[in-house]
Design a protein around this ligand. Structure first.
Ligand SMILES: [Zn+2]
Length: 356
């Protein structure tokens, strides 16, 4: 039996998403988001995903079984098996570390009972990378991607190397991506790319408005078109803006499509406190457990500024894929309901601008 199985997840940002880097940077924005150190493209770190999935799976388990006990003591999954795991006072007992706990086995625990050592968990999360990024153009929004990003979903695209925007046809000479005006070129693989994205349940209004750019232009286009908001603290005594309390923060815009993987280890290869894991038996069970978090991700979201209308992430497709045969196996279109509503304002603008 396989030692591990991979689950590829594709998610659509229903709100802007701000996963903060935890520090301020000298420059345009006070609160920056996490970026890949090499490409400078914003991402959601796997650690953030793991923490949020853990919380939501614990919530779901708690809803199923709110009278849960461990050795005769009341030990609800939420909040005890969520969180950091170190017991604190009488209100937070910490992780239960039981082999029958679906939260502690799948996500690991900080330290066993009796200081027996921790467990790394059966599910491993990769960073979520930008697959498609919405950019305003004079012909309405376009979802921009590049060969490097398409590799996340198993696509190899050749010949996208000029300083240009590649489309399915070259009806127009130029197209602006934000402030950047580029010549239009034709990509022979455009149909293949669209077809693959369709399989991932990516809505039509997105995969019909793709634009490809070379890898070296993609970070510039993403970083020039992030959402930047400004907030100010309110003085509770006056109800007016506090002096010197203005700050700005950036976020991945609504409509960004992200891709990440969840690798499930085989529970049969591990013991907890000398006992076999019984909460989950196979890598498939692990994947089934983590996916319980997806509806919560869509409604409660991820990252910061949740009270300011940020963070909701709708998982469009989560599909097991064997190594190197991803495209043959993935087909979310048949299984998942395709009820994604177009976030208002993101469908193609009907305003036509004069041709060049
Ligand atoms: Zn637990």
């Amino acid at each position: 039996m396989a030692s591990y199985k991979k689950l590829l997840c594709i998610g659509l940002a229903l709100d802007p998403i701000h996963v903060g880097s935890g520090g301020a940077r000298l420059g345009r924005v006070d609160l920056t988001i996490v970026r890949d150190p090499v490409t400078r493209i914003p991402k959601i770190p796997g650690s953030s995903l793991a923490g949020v999935y853990r919380t939501y799976v614990a919530m779901a388990e708690h809803e199923q079984n709110s009278n849960r006990q461990v050795n005769g003591q009341s030990w609800p999954y939420y909040p005890h098996c969520a969180g950091l795991g170190q017991p604190k006072g009488e209100h937070y007992l910490g992780h239960c570390a039981q082999p029958d706990c679906p939260v502690c086995t799948v996500f690991g625990f900080a330290r066993g009972r009796d200081q027996a050592g921790g467990f790394a968990g059966l599910a491993a999360f990769t960073d979520a990378h930008v697959l498609l990024f919405p950019v305003p153009t004079r012909r309405g929004p376009r979802w921009v991607t590049c060969p490097d990003a398409l590799r996340l979903v198993g696509l190899e695209v050749q010949g996208v190397d000029q300083n240009a925007v590649y489309l399915g046809s070259t009806q127009n000479n130029t197209l602006n991506l934000g402030w950047l005006l580029l010549p239009v070129m034709e990509c022979a693989q455009f149909g293949e790319i669209t077809q693959t994205l369709q399989k991932f349940n990516i809505p039509e209004y997105i995969h019909e408005h793709l634009a490809l750019v070379p890898d070296r232009l993609f970070p510039h286009i993403v970083n020039s078109n992030l959402e930047v908001r400004t907030s100010v603290a309110i003085n509770p005594a006056t109800g007016a803006a506090e002096e010197q309390a203005l700050f700005s923060y950036e976020a991945l815009p609504r409509g960004t499509v992200l891709a990440w993987e969840i690798i499930a280890k085989n529970p049969k290869h591990f013991l907890i406190g000398g006992k076999e894991i019984c909460a989950v038996k196979t890598p498939d069970d692990v994947h089934q457990k983590v996916q319980v978090a997806h509806p919560y991700l869509e409604h409660l979201g991820i990252g910061g500024m949740g009270t300011r209308g940020m963070g909701r992430l709708k998982v469009l497709c989560s599909s097991q894929a064997a190594e190197n045969s991803m495209l043959k196996k993935v087909n979310c279109r048949d299984s998942a309901p395709s009820t994604t509503d177009s976030p208002s304002g993101l469908s193609e603008s009907s305003t036509e601008f004069p041709e060049e």
